[in-house]
Design a protein around this ligand. Structure first.
Ligand code: ZN
Length: 274
């Protein structure tokens, strides 16, 4: 029996081997539609359990930035710009996430931390890039392999999930601390999301050099307050340097985008902070 399970798992693993958008080998055991379902279910649950920011100005500001970013997603990813749902959660938590199934969540704490539209665009671009590169699928696949249990895998595949399994899924999606987050994104996933996200922001007309400024700001804040975002997105100083280097190489892309008319003007909507 063990041998049968192992063979089946190896078969699944071989079938699931793929290349990420930037050419990294990655293991994807779940279909895109399965991941979309998990993403949508988790998002619904969060909307029921967490206070949502109703302030029109704040929502317009975040929407303005998010819309500009998702408009730049290449069509081959199969995410139409209008398919994305954005929710601003009312919480001092400095956090943001995006989920398969075209969902974006931004916490008001992050809206306050990001000094301008460019910095907020860098967070949203980074999170959307995690989705495009199927990082949650890769993480869930790793967990499934680690568990080495065909029963668990088939349970997940069958969409008949108990609480424990659902918890594992939410962990794989990288949701916040109150959802029992255990797994930080890997360094590889982080740098891939940085690269892709920064390119999205440059193509949308946001200043790519502001990405490094945002992470700097977060690293400084982390000294005094626990930062949920940093617990799932480790940001060593090497990474900030890399963002600066990439920003320089994206200057041309950014200028071209601006010349073509991509000049987002979301800061006029940014709520004043007292
Ligand atoms: Zn990340």
């Amino acid at each position: 029996m063990k041998r049968v399970i192992l063979a089946a798992l190896l078969g699944a693993a071989t079938a699931g081997c793929a290349l990420s958008p930037t050419g990294e080998k990655t293991l994807l055991l779940n279909s895109a539609s399965q991941m979309n379902t998990i993403g949508r279910q988790s998002f619904e649950q969060m909307k029921q359990q967490q206070p949502i920011e109703k302030d029109v100005q704040t929502n317009r500001y975040v929407e303005c930035v998010a819309n500009a970013i998702v408009a730049q997603i290449p069509p081959e990813y199969g995410y139409a710009p209008e398919s994305w749902e954005l929710v601003v959660f009312k919480s001092d938590e400095i956090n943001a996430f995006a989920l398969p199934g075209a969902k974006i969540g931004v916490y008001t704490g992050m809206v306050k931390l990001a000094k301008n539209q460019h910095q907020l665009a860098s967070v949203i671009g980074h999170e959307v890039a995690h989705v495009l590169a199927q990082h949650s699928n890769a993480r869930l696949s790793q967990q499934q392999l680690t568990q080495l249990g065909l029963a668990t895998t088939s349970l997940i595949l069958a969409d008949r999930v108990d609480n424990g399994t659902q918890q594992a899924m939410m962990n794989a999606l990288g949701l916040g601390a109150q959802y029992g987050i255990l797994l930080p994104y890997s360094r590889l996933h982080e740098s891939e999301a940085d690269r892709m996200g920064q390119e999205l922001m440059a193509r949308a007309g946001f200043d790519p050099s502001e990405a490094a400024r945002l992470w700097q700001e977060m690293a400084q804040q982390a000294g005094s307050t626990p930062l949920e975002f940093l617990s799932t997105h480790p940001a060593p100083s090497t990474r900030i340097r890399q963002l600066d280097t990439q920003a320089a190489s994206l200057t041309h892309t950014w200028q071209q985008a601006q010349a073509a008319g991509a000049r987002p003007d979301c800061d006029r909507l940014k709520p004043k902070q007292g």
